[in-house]
Write a protein that binds this ligand. Structure first.
Ligand SMILES: Nc1nc2c(c(=O)[nH]1)N[C@H]1C(S)=C(S)[C@@H](COP(=O)(O)O)O[C@H]1N2
Ligand SMILES: [Mo]
Length: 420
């Protein structure tokens, strides 16, 4: 399948200078942006395990601050998968309280007033570390973009359930994805102000959450190389999500948003960025987020950058649908390569296909909602299918090419229902 890369438009470079110290305006913004309960002096404090958030009756996952009501989330270890089957009652944007959480460790509760970003490394004209406060970041020109964030492993469980292939990692179904309106400063502006050298090639953004320890090995803080070309293109240092300060679980006070790339690129709780004239590596680019397996080069593929292409029904697996009446089947479709062009559905296991109606204008880095009416006649089990084709001609294959860690599942999802 061709996966031509779609270049993003060049990012203009506004020339406004920023103050060396945060002014009163910046300070007021800092205060305004700090959520009500957010004054723990910048200490990285894990949420209490199994806390019961007031008034919700829902159990929290260890290390996740927000409520995770079971009708909206499935807890998977330190992570919470959103119920994709229930996205029918959300709009084009995923509300923060319905957005999946992927935490390697636990959510640190950070105070914006104490936050600083440090940029350092030999890719900075050798001028030594540069610091930026939250107020200074907010004083830079801002951009607002609707962007999907999707985990590289979204759909991973389907390698096993649909293709009979074992994979390691969190057994996501389709809910490790969400769309939000992110507001923040352009990373390109911050890098230029910090004096990025012409020959810088890689960045290493790193989170302030606890070091990731697995199987007795301390891998250090979550960090993953980001090529300078992508960083200067369309990456945002986001401080708002859907018009509100970033929630704790989604990176408060500042995270990266790396459009069209796998979720791991969008480092939460950003603390520092190394800027280097030599290629950088971390376990997140060498051990994980590469494709390993018989279909891939010995030693693995290059580190994964771009996400892939998917569609799905907003309906529980195994749902009962009444025979003889018209059901309005709904879903979503998205591609990291290009805007959606069309969505087709099959209600007979793939024998016949017909177009679904699209309800949103297809846009880069976004998804479209779609629907199709269906009146089943015969009772019994049925497999529903959906298939997106994007504007670059990419479409979902019948089978995803296996990799041992189950990344980038892109195949047509076989959705079982029963007509009763
Ligand atoms: N610092 C830090 N950043 C992180 C992670 C993390 O554990 N720590 N998880 C990454 C992964 S794997 C994904 S898929 C996205 C998930 O973003 P969300 O939790 O806001 O949905 O954040 C990424 N950024
Ligand atoms: Mo992820």
């Amino acid at each position: 399948m061709p996966h031509p890369s779609v270049p993003n438009p060049p990012v203009p470079h506004p020339s406004a200078a920023h103050p060396a110290v945060p002014g009163r305006r910046a300070l007021l913004k800092v205060l305004a942006a700090a959520p009500a309960a957010a004054t723990l002096g910048g200490l990285a404090t894990a949420a209490p395990a199994h806390a019961r958030p007031a008034g919700t009756g829902a159990l929290a996952a260890p290390g996740i601050v927000k409520a995770l009501p079971p009708e909206h989330f499935t807890v998977r270890g330190t992570n919470a998968e959103a119920r994709f089957d229930g996205f029918g009652d959300t709009g084009l944007l995923t509300p923060a309280d319905r957005f999946f959480v992927r935490n390697h460790t636990s959510t640190p509760v950070l105070d914006a007033a104490d936050w600083r970003l440090t940029l350092w490394g030999d890719g900075l004209h050798g001028r030594g570390p540069v610091h930026l406060t939250y107020g200074q970041l907010r004083d830079l020109p801002s951009v607002t973009r609707t962007v999907l964030i999707e985990c590289a492993g979204n759909g991973r469980s389907l390698y096993a359930s649909q293709q009979g292939e074992p994979v390691t990692g969190t057994a996501w179904t389709l809910g490790a994805v969400g769309a939000a309106r992110w507001r923040g400063a352009r990373l390109s502006d911050v890098l230029r102000r910090a004096g990025i050298a012409r020959d810088a090639v890689d960045l290493l953004p790193r989170g302030l959450d606890d070091p990731y320890v697995s199987g007795g090995v301390d891998f250090g803080r979550v960090r993953r190389p980001l090529p300078v070309a992508k960083a200067l293109d369309d990456v945002i240092l986001a401080y708002e999500m859907n018009g509100e300060p970033l929630p704790y679980d989604h990176g408060h006070p500042v995270r990266l948003v790396v459009p069209s790339w796998v979720g791991i690129a969008s480092i939460k709780w950003l603390g520092d960025i190394e800027v280097s004239t030599r290629p950088l590596a971390s376990p997140w680019s060498t051990d994980w987020y590469r494709l390993f397996g018989t279909a891939h080069p010995e030693g693995g593929s290059a580190p994964i950058g771009r996400q892939t292409i998917k569609s799905g029904y907003q309906l529980p697996f195994g749902a009962d649908l009444e025979a003889g009446r018209v059901h309005r089947l709904t879903g979503r479709a998205w591609s990291a390569f290009a805007p959606v062009r069309r969505v087709e559905v099959s209600t007979d296991g793939g024998a016949h296909w017909r177009p679904a109606r699209l309800h949103d204008t297809p846009r880069r880095n976004g998804w479209v909602r779609w629907s199709v009416p269906w009146r089943p006649h015969r009772t019994g089990p049925v497999t529903l299918l959906s298939r997106i084709t994007d504007a670059a001609g990419n479409t979902q294959p019948d089978r995803a090419v296996h990799n041992t860690q189950g990344y980038l599942f892109d195949a047509v999802v076989r959705h079982p229902v029963t007509v009763v």
